[in-house]
Design a protein. Structure first.
Lengths: 153, 707
């Protein structure tokens, strides 16, 4: 039995402790917003927050997460709706196929939490682990800058 | 599972009997084909594109939304004429039906130069006739045809529905329809009274639809020609968009598959005992050319696959890349090929080049196999229950997927429902039905339990239908100011033959246009121009990969033009303009425009270089300037400028996003993409050895749309 919270909801799961968090989220908790892309930490599609930091959920055995606080794309918005970053994603019409976007948003949210005014180089460094095959990069970069500007008030 | 509900509740009827909604459409465009709708007593069938529901309006957009934004643009066509507010509508894929066939796509395989407009029109009509004759009702998303196909019929569907609603209101109020107007989903009269479309829907469904409803003047458009908020944006940034393995249902099982790494081969022997012993494994399922493991989680299934002991038959193709290229080269050098363009006397002029004081140039190029590497690997969810099969899948070919699945599980196609979900990229990969058929086979062996099937990335990379490896040999003669002759030979495995064989069981004996497109059909005014295509029968599975033949032929021809320009000391922009001028002015304008955007001819820094390239494909002209520099022995892409003429850009922001997307997909291929074979197996497996362009490698891309 592993106990942890996802999006502020407590869960207790009974699976092989080696099962990566990704598959517990998708197959057991029905939180399918987190995506499988490579299973090897190469593409970032499965990015979630574990205790506030962005991590690849395909690389975390659930057994190591006892007591952890996990946040997924489903919990990214606040009670009023979309987060500022998500709102800028809409304004900039960032997504195309959308499959990598949960991971992109989780990664970008963590970046802004740590570095509220990232430069292009900071964005490159933080976001280069997240592949987008459609090529949403130019709009994604602009949306991160726009969100940073708004958050700075 | 909103669509499932609609299907059950009477999406296909359209009368007062419906609880969930009323469907409208125009009949005219489906006359050549059987009406897919099966009316019960007292029911009315129309060709459904518009579904008025108590809680809003759904527009059936029967083309696969794989990121290209087609749902938004097709919905805008209907909404424009229906006169509804943008926030009242949603877009849904709709069911599988011949009524949703794609007419222009039938013309893609025909060996004509598409930029010659009049011939294109005849060809379009001819293609539909051919389609009817062969009963090839292809509901296909591909070939850049969705907007062209939808432009008339989606607008007319909206217009016809609006007229029916007005007529229903007229009857209700006892007023002549001409005295009524519409606004944001309501019919209004001169006194300001209004009735919502919802209130009128059931009556309107009984009104015979107008056969040829008039359409709005483009000057009065409020949605078309304007960047519209994408209908799929919010679901995709909140994790709510449903892809094929996001389907939620009780009693779900999870599967992954391993088919033969020797592509096209079969399974000779299997020992699944170790896999079956993995805790959580429910069963293993033979697929003929491989095995599926069904388990309690996807991860268990994927892990158990590694424990399978399988003997495979040998690969039907040459075992390594070198031997494969030798075969392509043999096709190039030793087969006669098919002449696809023969203007003037290219070979004669080239032979006589020296005596005629022309510069003579020869070049050979080759490009590798490429994988699609969609962000979402191949996936599907399926349920077999009471002799019915439902497959939730991201497919570009729902009718093919249905028919292939039905045949594999012994059902009639009418017993199979395809629910098309969002897809995590397509790029042509989802025109294949291997994965949907596998899901059907797995579900058949697990009756009454829905099964989510997810391929591993490694499987997706190594069981693709690849962009063909290709070779080209070119000779050219150039005089003062412009090329006089180009003789071009292209050799590659045939996508057309391979796909036809999979779809129809045979390859029609017609010239393979896909093999030479992007070369023979370019609007270059060259006095002597010959293009010959050579099919290399390699047996490596090949398929549609974004832009298909253009992806290699444009590279071959444009590189060669640059080499010719260099040999003759000509400016490559000036030279291309001379060749396009008079032949196709929209194309010439793209070259002119992009040169101006990039300040072509201006100063660039030491160690920096620029190149220009042009292509006319799928009715659009595209010209690009790329600036690169030497970053310590590595090529850095500094900036890309792009001028595009798509004709009428119905959603300029979506078109721009698609152009940037194409540039980035192309850069990934050009900089990194290469699938190789050793001992019959694909050697690449994941994004570490088949890299995709990342954000830090993505240059600024400036796009200008010409109209």
């Amino acid at each position: 039995m592993t106990k942890f919270s996802v999006n502020d909801v407590e869960y207790e799961v009974d699976v092989d402790p080696q099962t990566p968090l990704l598959w517990v989220l998708r197959d057991r908790l029905q939180l399918t917003g987190t995506k499988y892309g490579c299973g090897a930490g190469l593409c970032g599609a499965c990015t979630v927050h574990i205790d506030g930091e962005a991590h690849r959920s395909c690389q975390y055995p659930v057994g190591d997460l006892d007591g952890a606080a996990i946040k997924t794309i489903e919990g990214l918005g606040d009670a009023d709706g979309l987060s500022i970053l998500q709102q800028e994603w809409v304004t900039g019409q960032v997504a195309q196929c959308g499959y990598c976007q949960s991971g992109q948003l989780m990664q970008a949210t963590a970046l802004l939490a740590e570095n509220p005014q990232p430069t292009d180089e900071d964005i490159d460094a933080a976001m280069s682990g997240n592949i987008c095959r459609c090529g949403t990069y130019p709009r994604l970069r602009a949306a991160i800058h726009a969100a940073a500007q708004r958050m700075a008030g | 599972m909103a669509l499932g509900k609609i299907l059950r509740r009477g999406f296909l009827v359209g009368s007062a009997a419906i609880a969930g909604g009323v469907a409208f459409g125009t009949y005219r465009y489906v006359q050549p084909f059987d009406n897919p709708l099966k009316p019960g007593p007292g029911e009315v069938t129309l060709n459904p594109y518009v579904l008025i529901r108590t809680d809003g309006i759904s527009i059936v957009t029967p083309r696969a939304e794989m990121g290209q934004g087609i749902h938004t643009t097709l919905a805008a066509m209907v909404a424009e004429e229906l006169d509804v507010a943008w926030d009242q509508i949603t877009a849904i894929h709709g069911p599988t039906a011949e009524a949703y066939l794609n007419a222009p796509v039938m013309a893609l395989g025909l060996p004509y130069r598409e930029y010659e407009q009049s011939r294109m029109r005849q060809m379009g009509v001819g293609a539909v006739r051919v389609a009817q004759k062969l009963a090839l009702g292809i509901q296909l998303t591909g070939g850049s045809t969705s907007t062209i196909d939808g432009y008339e019929k989606m607008r007319r569907a909206g217009a016809a529905a609006r007229l029916a609603l007005i007529e229903a209101a007229g009857e209700r109020w006892d007023l002549p329809p001409v005295s009524l107007n519409t606004e944001d989903g309501k019919v209004i009269d001169a006194d300001g009274r209004s009735l919502t479309y919802q209130e009128l829907a059931e009556d309107a469904a009984l009104v015979p639809p107008a056969v040829d409803p008039p359409l709005r003047e483009p000057a009065k458009w409020r949605y078309l020609g304007t960047p519209m908020p994408r209908l799929d944006m919010e679901p995709k940034i909140t994790g709510q968009a449903e892809y094929a393995t996001d389907v939620k249902a009780p009693e779900m099982l999870f599967a992954s598959v391993m088919t033969t790494p020797f592509l096209g081969g079969t399974m000779l022997g299997l020992d699944a005992s170790d896999a079956n012993d993995v805790p959580g494994v429910v069963k293993t399922v033979g697929l003929g050319n491989g095995v599926a493991v069904v388990a309690d989680t996807t991860w268990t299934a994927m892990r158990a696959l590694e424990k399978l002991q399988v003997t495979w038959s040998a690969a039907p193709y040459a075992a390594d890349t070198e031997a494969q290229f030798a075969e392509i080269n043999r096709a190039l050098e030793e087969t006669s090929g098919t002449v696809m363009r023969d203007d003037g006397l290219a070979d004669v002029v080239i032979r006589a080049a020296k005596t005629d004081r022309l510069s003579l140039l020869r070049a050979r190029y080759s490009v590798p196999f490429l994988a699609h590497a969609c962000m979402e690997p191949m996936t599907a969810t399926a349920l077999y229950q009471n002799d019915r099969l439902t497959i939730w899948c991201g497919t570009q070919v729902p009718t093919f997927a249905r028919d292939k699945a039905a045949a594999h599980v012994g059902l009639d196609p009418s017993q199979v429902d395809i629910v098309t979900t969002f897809m995590g990229g397509g790029f042509g990969r989802r025109t294949e039905t291997d994965f949907t058929t596998q899901a059907a086979q797995i579900a058949r062996s697990c009756p009454d339990r829905p099964v989510r099937m997810t391929w591993t990335r490694e499987h997706d990379m190594s069981r693709d239908f690849y962009r063909p490896a290709a070779m080209a040999r070119l000779s050219g003669a150039i005089g003062a100011g412009r090329p006089e002759a180009i003789d071009m030979r292209i050799a590659a495995p045939s996508v057309f033959a391979d796909q036809s064989e999979r779809a129809l069981g045979f390859a029609p004996p017609v010239a393979d246009k896909l093999l030479v497109e992007g070369a023979f059909d370019q609007p270059y005014n060259l006095p002597n121009f010959r293009v010959i295509g050579h099919q290399a029968d390699l047996r490596v599975p090949v398929g549609s990969w974004r832009s298909v033949g253009h992806s290699h032929n444009s590279f071959f021809l444009e590189c060669f033009l640059d080499e010719l320009a260099d040999a003759a000391g000509l400016d490559p922009v000036e030279m291309r303009l001379k060749m396009l001028d008079g032949e196709h002015m929209p194309s010439a304008r793209t070259v002119e425009t992009v040169a101006a955007m990039a300040n072509w001819g201006g100063e660039v820094a030491e160690g920096t270089g620029r190149g220009i390239s042009f292509c006319h494909c799928f009715g659009s002209s595209v010209a690009q300037v790329v600036q690169v520099s030497d970053a310590g022995g590595r090529i850095a892409i500094d900036h890309i400028w792009c001028a595009v003429d798509v004709g009428l850009a119905l959603d300029p922001r979506i078109v721009t996003a698609q152009v940037q997307s194409g540039v980035i997909y192309g850069l990934s291929a050009a900089l990194f993409g290469e699938i190789t074979f050793a001992d019959g197996r694909v050697q690449q497996s994941n994004f570490h050895d088949y890299p995709a362009l990342r954000i830090d490698e993505c240059p600024p891309i400036t796009v200008r749309l010409l109209q």
